[in-house]
Design a protein around this ligand. Structure first.
Ligand SMILES: Nc1ncnc2c1ncn2[C@@H]1O[C@H](COP(=O)(O)OP(=O)(O)OP(=O)(O)O)[C@@H](O)[C@H]1O
Length: 213
């Protein structure tokens, strides 16, 4: 079966209206093509729940639109390729790295500090940082329109953190993809730029001070 194509419009890339789950929301939000939205906030505020709800990993109330298409009208598997979720500790299920890859470009692997032989590596041998970097490549291989990055560089050293940031930024520019990046790291948020929102008690709000820091 051919994958349905998405109509690209002049409107928002991603739109949330009244998005809510048991411990999060309601959240209204609009993300433009190519836009990076940073989310910070205390532990337990609902940041992961928000990203998981957008990615259709948890049950939710309210509406999520991608290019003006309502999520319920799109097959869940296709939605999750278009709206990619990258947690701090990604799950791997097959024996080799390559068994997880579709559409992964060699230049992405190089940018992440690997040579192409990494495709043949056993998943079992991967360090936590290698898992994290390779999971980014795996997600980008699906060609997502929206990236949901949940503390996605939490286990990485500074050099590899920069590599991931650079690849994400490059992908966003090239594909006009949008991203929502949850980050506890003030310096990382400053480096990445983008619009910052704070999450507290399950609700999003404009930051009081940090955007001017
Ligand atoms: N399945 C669940 N059942 C009950 N409570 C839950 C469930 N999932 C999450 N919660 C609670 O919802 C709140 C928000 O969780 P969430 O993981 O979104 O926090 P967070 O903002 O991402 O925090 P952190 O910065 O520590 O990762 C937490 O208090 C958490 O314990």
């Amino acid at each position: 079966m051919d994958a349905p194509t998405f109509a690209v419009t002049d409107g928002p890339l991603l739109q949330l209206t009244g998005l809510q789950s048991d411990h999060m929301g309601p959240v209204d939000l609009s993300l433009a093509p190519g836009e990076l939205l940073l989310i910070a906030g205390p532990s337990g505020a609902g940041k992961s729940l928000l990203l998981r709800a957008i990615a259709d990993l948890d049950p939710l109330r309210g509406q999520v639109w991608l290019d003006n298409q309502l999520r319920e009208t799109i097959l869940p598997a296709l939605w999750r390729r278009q709206v990619g979720y990258l947690p701090a500790e990604p799950v791997w299920w097959a024996d080799t790295v390559d068994a997880h890859f579709t559409g992964v470009q060699d230049d992405w692997l190089e940018q992440l500090g690997f040579q192409s032989d990494v495709r043949q590596w056993e998943v079992e041998r991967l360090s936590s940082g290698e898992r994290q970097r390779l999971a980014l490549a795996r997600m980008l291989g699906n060609g997502p329109r929206v990236l949901l990055l949940d503390e996605a560089t939490a286990n990485l050293d500074p050099d590899n953190t920069l590599r991931m940031e650079s690849l994400v930024r490059g992908y966003m520019t090239e594909r006009q993809a949008g991203a929502i990046w949850v980050s506890h790291d003030h310096e990382q948020r400053q480096r990445l730029g983008g619009r910052l929102l704070m999450m507290e008690l399950g609700r999003l709000a404009e930051p009081a001070l940090e955007s001017r820091a």
